[in-house]
Design a protein around this ligand. Structure first.
Ligand code: KPL
Length: 326
């Protein structure tokens, strides 16, 4: 199997730091293969996190049984080097992904593997317009949040799965999964990743805006008063998934989506969704890549998606109010 060198992690938010720290730690373990499995954390140009492109220490604090550790990781600004990139794990916020890809594109080698592990991956896949690369889609349900730069709380243990969405040599795909597996965060090969991403999209379309608007933890969407809205949002996502079925993968039913949304909400009942965290911090949210994408696709296919469109408008209004108070 060909050795592809370092895994570059693009995005130094909570998930990016968690993956970079755990990949670097996995490589440092006996038998981890430090040379073949080096990890580099890429920071956007001008990022206040760019600490003179030196080695950064990432602190991970695990909640409950989850391990806590401090790991040194080589961090550099995207444009600080021309070193070629053959494997990239993209873990930015959805709204930052396109610009991040444009910055990194000159360093991507022909045939490089780009693994998209962002919320809204179905929407992003349509936007990431770099030719000559292989895209792998992923999803994770690990919960993480940042206390400060390079200081992450690993709040909930989850699962991570990846899947091919286009032609990619099998040995290249398998060696990428093997490398990702060394992080110990799961790396299941999902032969129907689009179906799994539709389920995750349904969970994000319900939980993220409803908790951001109510300012309640994820378990809120299990309340009986929330059920009619949960049903409407999911129905619209299921209708869009059905209309887009020809674009590949199988399509989960409304019942599958409702079941997945409720399971996710009960497993993460005490967590604050990423959208609520963004609203509280006065940051822009991923709403355009979740409910906004569902509403846009519905329009394109002539389907009703007024509840998703309404949630987009309400979250945007709240974003504006919050940022004017910061
Ligand atoms: O992915 C999430 C998020 O917050 O973005 C969920 C699944 C809702 C967990 O909080």
């Amino acid at each position: 199997m060909r050795s592809l060198g370092a895994m570059f992690v693009l995005g130094a938010g909570s998930l990016g730091c968690l993956w970079a720290a755990r990949l670097a730690r996995g490589a440092a373990l006996p038998g981890g293969g430090p040379e073949a499995r080096a990890t580099r954390l890429l920071l956007r140009p001008g990022s206040p996190k760019a600490s003179s492109s030196a080695k950064s220490e990432i602190r991970v604090t695990g909640v409950g049984d989850i391990d806590s550790f401090v790991q040194r990781v080589q961090a550099e600004e995207v444009s600080a080097s021309n070193a070629p990139i053959e494997r990239l794990l993209l873990v930015t916020k959805a709204q930052a992904a396109e610009a991040a890809m444009r910055q990194v594109a000159p360093r991507l080698q022909p045939g490089a593997v780009v693994v998209l592990l962002c919320n809204g991956a179905l929407a992003l896949q349509e936007q990431i317009g770099v030719g000559g690369i292989h895209v792998v889609l992923g999803l994770t349900t690990h919960g993480a949040w940042s206390k400060a730069d390079f200081d992450v709380v690993h709040a909930g243990w989850g699962d991570t799965r990846f899947g091919k969405v286009g032609p990619i040599p099998e040995s290249l795909y398998q060696s990428t999964l093997q490398h990702l597996e060394t992080a110990g965060l799961g790396a299941t090969d999902d032969s129907d990743i689009r179906r799994s991403l539709w389920l995750k999209l349904a969970a994000n379309a319900v939980i993220n805006p409803m908790t951001a608007l109510s300012e309640k933890p994820n378990g809120f969407i299990l309340d009986s008063a929330a059920q009619s809205q949960v049903q409407k949002v999911c129905q619209e996502v299921a209708d869009v998934a059905k209309a887009m079925q020809d674009e590949g993968g199988s399509c989960p039913s409304l019942q599958d989506m409702l079941g997945f949304v409720r399971k996710t909400a009960s497993q993460t009942a005490d967590n604050m969704s990423s959208m609520l965290q963004d609203i509280r911090a006065g940051r822009s949210t991923e709403i355009d890549f979740i409910n906004g994408w569902v509403a846009a696709k519905a329009l394109q296919y002539g389907i009703e998606a007024s509840e998703n469109a309404r949630l987009v408008a309400m979250v945007k209004q709240k974003e504006r109010m919050q940022s004017s108070h910061q």
